[in-house]
Design a protein around this ligand. Structure first.
Ligand code: SF4
Length: 297
């Protein structure tokens, strides 16, 4: 097995795999989309860091974990080798690696999945970022380790005062960690509010569907779980209008040609939907227009 840098042709192919057609990304008073690559490189790792979902494959198997962390410190913080190594040991202690001094020269294969995710978090924290992006950081771990990693992330958020954007499909994780939630469907934010609002007063049909389809362990069993019918849309050839329209039991004629924008319903709570589902309106028993609902697969 070998590791090599991607060729220039390969890198340019990656660049063409996606393009930003509109919008802005504001961070700390700057639109990141307008930054030059050199300035963007300073933001990555320094101000914004990321942890990925699969700790088993995210680390380089042929470098010690100490080297992988201290490399970032030398590069971004200008530390010499010995200062970087000292800080690396401190970081491993911070994320709860036992006997950090003895384990700093171990290779990734000598660590369990949970310990590797702790190493990934230590690496992400090495430059004290203002923002941590956590992409499904507990998906590949068993439930006990998941809980430990979430506790660790919450503790570090508190201690280091950094913001976290957690990307997850797990509503239990969301409920345990988020202050504010953006519910996304087919690449769009369809509902945004505080975590309390989303769980107690959901207003978008997709959010309602999600909440009705998962069991609650904190409440007595009331209703049967209801799955969301159909499949997510093909994003290469999305349906016209609202992307949730082929699966939405509340769809009206207008949903087919027009995609609603995100609008406030109460202060701090916005949804992208033409229909007020909290206004006593019942879901359709029949499709409202040809091809609107239901779609059975
Ligand atoms: S806009 Fe229409 S199709 Fe989309 S979520 Fe609202 S009711 Fe459903």
């Amino acid at each position: 097995m070998g590791w090599s840098r991607p060729s220039t042709a390969c890198r340019s192919r990656w660049r063409k795999a996606g393009r930003i057609v509109s919008g802005e990304v504001w961070f700390d008073g700057r639109n990141l989309l307008k930054l030059k690559e050199d300035d963007m490189r300073k933001v990555r790792g320094n101000d914004i860091a990321m942890i990925f979902q699969d700790p088993m494959t995210s680390l380089n198997p042929v470098l010690t974990i100490g080297r992988q962390i201290s490399e970032a410190l030398e590069l971004h913080k200008g530390m010499d080798r010995s200062a970087a190594r000292k800080r690396t040991i401190e970081l491993l202690e911070l994320v709860g690696i036992p006997a950090a001094r003895a384990r700093v020269d171990d290779y990734p294969h000598q660590f369990s999945g949970g310990m590797r995710q702790r190493v990934m978090i230590a690496m992400a924290l090495s430059c004290e970022p203002k923002l941590l992006l956590a992409d499904e950081p507990t998906t590949a771990l068993d439930v006990t380790i998941q809980a430990q990693i979430l506790d660790l992330i919450k503790r570090l958020r508190q201690e280091l005062g950094m913001a976290i954007i957690m990307i997850t499909h797990d509503l239990g994780v969301v409920a345990g960690i988020a202050d504010r939630i953006n519910v996304m469907y087919a690449g769009y934010i369809v509902e945004t509010a505080t975590a309390d609002e989303i769980f107690h007063n959901p207003r978008h049909p997709y959010t309602l569907g999600l909440l009705k389809s998962i069991p609650r362990l904190d409440e007595p069993r009331k209703e049967k779980l209801v799955p969301i019918e159909g499949l997510p849309p093909d994003l290469v050839d999305p349906p016209p209008g609202c992307p949730f329209q082929p699966r939405c039991p509340y769809a009206v004629e207008r949903c087919v040609p027009e995609n609603p924008s995100l609008e406030p319903v109460v202060p701090g709570h916005r949804i992208a939907c033409w229909v007020d589902v909290t206004g006593g309106r019942e879901p359709h028993a029949e499709p409202v227009a040809q091809g609107v609902w239901p779609v059975r697969t």
